[in-house]
Design a protein around this ligand. Structure first.
Ligand SMILES: [Zn+2]
Length: 202
């Protein structure tokens, strides 16, 4: 199943993205070369849903895979973990990984009076409500989850640690959304701006 997204919501350079070939058994790789930022509520370590060998992944799990913008970096334990990953390993890929059954986001939607999580209220809900007014129910929640992950990837690419490596072409971005029921992975295809089954990526 492809999820069609409104590409104008995000600002990415397609040249900064990798694809499925980076993770196939035939890919050039070194051990521990992939940063994964995933939700603490994921239920299974994200390497368990990947077809790549688990020893490639440096995994940081955090509520709703939130990545703070660069101005909030200093007070972020997430970024201390990410910096540790880059200082210890030759990381060549960065995956932001969301999941369709996210309980953190569903619980937050039931009581929006709580603190904002990773710009959900300020950015994602506003953007999704304006862009996809036809969506309701589970389709709305799933679109919110997908767009939230993309906004986190946008935050990630703005950090100097990441942007300098993207510009030097030594790091590639990836955006995965896992279907918790099937363990299938949808990946962001930058050319189309859609989420497609990872094995069908162009
Ligand atoms: Zn979650």
């Amino acid at each position: 199943m492809t999820i069609q997204l409104e590409s104008s919501l995000h600002h990415f350079n397609p040249n900064h993205f990798g694809g499925i070939s980076d993770f196939l058994p035939t890919a050039d790789k070194c051990e521990r070369d992939t940063l994964v930022i995933a939700c603490a509520d994921h239920g299974a370590a994200p390497d368990n849903v990947s077809f790549a060998s688990a020893d490639r992944f440096f995994i940081v799990q955090h509520i709703a895979e939130c990545v703070p913008p660069p101005k909030d970096r200093e007070c972020s334990s997430l970024f201390k973990s990410i910096e540790l990953g880059f200082s210890n390993y030759d990381l060549r890929h960065a995956i932001v990984c969301g999941h369709l059954s996210c309980g953190v986001i569903r619980n937050w939607l039931r009581d929006e009076s709580g603190p904002d999580i990773g710009g959900l209220r300020a950015t994602t809900v506003k953007a999704v409500d304006e862009t996809y007014p036809e969506l309701t129910g589970s389709a709305y929640v799933e679109r919110l989850i997908c767009e939230h992950a993309l906004f986190q990837l946008e935050n990630l690419q703005m950090h100097p640690l990441i942007s300098s490596r993207l510009d030097a072409r030594v790091l590639k971005l990836h955006l995965w959304i896992v279907n918790d029921q099937t363990a299938r992975v949808l990946a962001y295809e930058p050319q189309s701006g859609n989420l497609v089954p990872i094995e069908e990526m162009r």
